[in-house]
Design a protein around this ligand. Structure first.
Ligand code: SF4
Length: 237
């Protein structure tokens, strides 16, 4: 399977960015220029719904501008604040993150040469999202949502492990090689949540339908009409 040459990069980028302009979700961390707030938002969003994280984020950022500010507060106070995020380990991990940040970044912000994986809680996804946002590096925020969208467009079968497959990683990297890579990452995040959902994607009226193998098959099946576009790709992975 090699879908890299078939993937309609320019059209998908253009249509996703256009869709995002009209439909972007509004979250407080999307407009901040404070690196500490942005990093904490990424940590809070791990396995937590955005609306749930938003309440904690607003409360946290209203009180703490820097890692040094949060270091002055008792850990019990912070744990209480993190409680709405759910799961006790989340709070403990956020405390580890804060400890590390107040030790390593008390007097400076992260630099591109820094290894963000050293920060407790930062994994592949948050590293890519943070480097994209903080340093404008063209990295894909490749999670299960982006992997699912790529699989559907390509006509590849999707599984929970898809985001680790080489072919999908290659497409994701190539997809975000544009100046507006940050907007594109966010567009894919929102598009996957609102349109190309895990269950019952909204293929009718989807701007990507004519480029999407899965969508064309689905629309042909449910409406009995053919959707314009290149022939349906039946490749499997
Ligand atoms: S046509 Fe359907 S499956 Fe394809 S991108 Fe749009 S919503 Fe997703």
């Amino acid at each position: 399977m090699n879908g890299d040459n078939r993937f309609p990069y320019p059209a998908v980028r253009r249509k996703l960015l256009k869709w995002f302009k009209a439909n972007a979700r509004s979250y407080p961390w999307r407009t901040t220029s404070n690196w500490f707030h942005l990093l904490m938002a990424e940590m809070m969003l791990r396995r937590t719904r955005a609306n749930q994280a938003a309440r904690v984020y607003v409360q946290f950022t209203q009180q703490f501008e820097t890692p040094a500010d949060s270091a002055k507060v008792e850990s019990t106070v912070l744990l209480k604040m993190f409680e709405p995020l759910g799961l006790a380990w989340r709070g403990r991990q956020l405390l580890q993150t804060l400890d590390f940040l107040s030790d390593s970044y008390a007097k400076r912000r992260p630099e591109p040469s820094d290894d963000l994986f050293a920060i407790p809680g930062v994994g592949d996804y948050s590293n890519a999202m943070l480097r994209n946002r903080l340093f404008n590096e063209r990295l894909p925020a490749l999670d299960s949502n982006m992997a699912r969208l790529i699989c559907r467009i390509e006509g590849w079968s999707y599984s929970a492990e898809a985001r680790r497959k080489r072919q999908i990683i290659e497409v994701a990297h190539k997809l975000v090689q544009i100046k507006a890579s940050r907007e594109l990452n966010l567009a894919i995040l929102d598009f996957s949540a609102l349109v190309c959902k895990p269950v019952h994607p909204v293929c009718v009226g989807c701007p990507l339908a004519s480029h999407c193998s899965y969508g064309r098959k689905r629309l042909n099946r449910i409406s009995g009409h053919r959707v314009r576009g290149s022939p349906v790709n039946s490749a499997r992975m």
